[in-house]
Design a protein around this ligand. Structure first.
Ligand SMILES: Nc1ncnc2c1ncn2[C@@H]1O[C@H](COP(=O)(O)OP(=O)(O)OP(=O)(O)O)[C@@H](O)[C@H]1O
Ligand SMILES: [Mg+2]
Length: 235
């Protein structure tokens, strides 16, 4: 169904101002991500991966070209529409972005409080889901720890649980396994695969982690702001 394709990008260009000059960071991007599909985005540092991901999530305004989320055009969309669309998206940022004064469980609950499917659900149901989510990333014994008392990899796993808790229809993950050892990295991408297979979520993940590349349906490569030919994987 064309209209509900999670991500449809065509002719997307983006510029940043750098010392008074307009510097192009994304060039004529064409990309489509279907429901149930995991696309891995690779490319050198500075090639535009994070910029592209934040635009797909509606966190950065599209300047030129077309970027559709679930069939709705983001370029020029009013704030309310962007907010509504963002509620269907789970984000895992390159830096984990946990709230320092909230426990692991409270951080995960924030992920539910902003999601369209969980808003208004009771506190007990939310907490049960948060606990389950933290257990899935191996942090059942750290529910009430503050971020400062967690290791880098544990903080990253809290951020992953926060993004996954609401079972978002679109998951955007920027180097989610960078701070994790091989086994926890594999566990995390298995959760992603499950979300894609069972819930039909579309997933875009930036990674350089060779240990998780095989989870992808497709690997696309960004080079100086342009997408190179994609490698099609067969499971
Ligand atoms: N807010 C900004 N203002 C100006 N320039 C920016 C901004 N954010 C990023 N850039 C520039 O845009 C280019 C792409 O940055 P981006 O963060 O998207 O790269 P990346 O592929 O995610 O790199 P990395 O692998 O290091 O995370 C870089 O040259 C960067 O300096
Ligand atoms: Mg980046």
């Amino acid at each position: 169904m064309e209209a509900t394709t999670p991500v449809q990008i065509s002719g997307l260009n983006h510029w940043f101002d750098e010392a008074g000059e307009r510097k192009q960071v994304l060039r004529d991007i064409q990309l489509e991500v279907k429901a149930g599909e995991i696309v891995i985005l690779t490319g050198p540092s500075g090639s535009g991966k994070t910029t592209l991901l934040t635009m797909v999530g509606g966190l950065r305004a599209a300047q030129d070209g077309s970027l559709r989320l679930f069939g709705e055009e983001l370029r020029g969309a009013p704030k309310q529409q962007l907010t509504r669309l963002r509620r269907q998206v789970g984000f895992i940022f390159q830096a984990h972005n946990l709230m320092p004064y909230l426990s692991a469980l409270q951080n995960v609950r924030l992920g539910l409080e902003v999601s369209s499917t969980w808003r208004g659900r009771g506190r007990r149901a939310m907490d049960a889901r948060c606990r389950e989510g933290l257990e899935q990333v191996g942090l059942g014994h750290r529910l009430h720890f503050m971020p400062a008392k967690l290791s880098g990899g544990q903080k990253q796993r809290v951020a992953i649980a926060r993004a996954l808790a609401s079972s978002p229809s679109l998951l955007l993950a920027d180097e989610p396994t960078a701070a994790l050892d091989k086994e926890s990295g594999r566990d995390v991408v298995a959760l992603f695969r499950d979300l894609a297979d069972r819930r039909g979520a579309a997933i875009v993940m930036v990674t350089h982690d060779n240990k998780v590349l095989d989870i992808a349906d497709r690997i696309v490569h960004l080079q100086a702001g342009a997408l190179a030919d994609s490698e099609v994987k067969t499971h």
